[in-house]
Design a protein around this ligand. Structure first.
Ligand SMILES: O=c1ccn([C@H]2C[C@H](O)[C@@H](CO)O2)c(=O)[nH]1
Ligand SMILES: [Zn+2]
Length: 145
């Protein structure tokens, strides 16, 4: 499965988006370690806050289907944007949690533009599991005092 094929699946996932409020449809396709693809779309809510982005829908589906964190090969995201769509901050945080820093992230639009990056580039210096290490916090606390 190449990046164009994964993007085409994201494009198909986008058609299923539930967007009665923004009318802004987004699709995502997440390639797992076995070559299976988990598709996601954004799902909005009248209370706005509970809205789930396409990227997180795909990631959470894959975890619920039994995939391991950090085992994914790539994710493609597509929206009807002038420049290729870029994941929101909340999705970047979830991508950091569940994907390897160097995993390819393909960002596209309906015109066929495609930009490739990684979650490490999208969210440098992220707060992640290593940030919760209490001995590291203590060491930094001592260094800062
Ligand atoms: O990368 C993105 C950016 C936005 N959205 C959704 C959230 C909301 O439903 C709509 C408008 O922000 O697009 C996504 O799904 N993914
Ligand atoms: Zn998001």
């Amino acid at each position: 499965m190449d990046k164009q094929q994964l993007m085409e699946l994201a494009r198909q996932a986008r058609e299923r988006a539930y967007t009665p409020y923004s009318h802004f449809k987004v699709g995502a396709a997440l390639l797992d370690s076995e070559g299976n693809v988990h598709m996601g779309c954004n799902v909005e809510n009248a209370a706005y806050g509970p809205t789930n982005c396409a990227e997180r829908t795909a990631l959470f589906r894959a975890i619920a289907d039994g995939c391991s964190a950090k085992s994914f090969q790539a994710i493609a995201v597509i929206g009807d944007t002038t420049a290729p769509i870029t994941p929101c901050g909340v999705c970047r945080q979830v991508l950091v949690e569940l994907c390897a820093a160097e995993m390819p992230v393909y960002m596209g639009n309906l015109n066929g533009d495609l930009v490739e990056t990684t979650i490490g580039e999208l969210l440098p210096g992220a707060f992640d599991v290593s940030s919760l290490d209490s001995s590291a916090s203590r060491t930094e606390g001592l260094a800062n005092s």
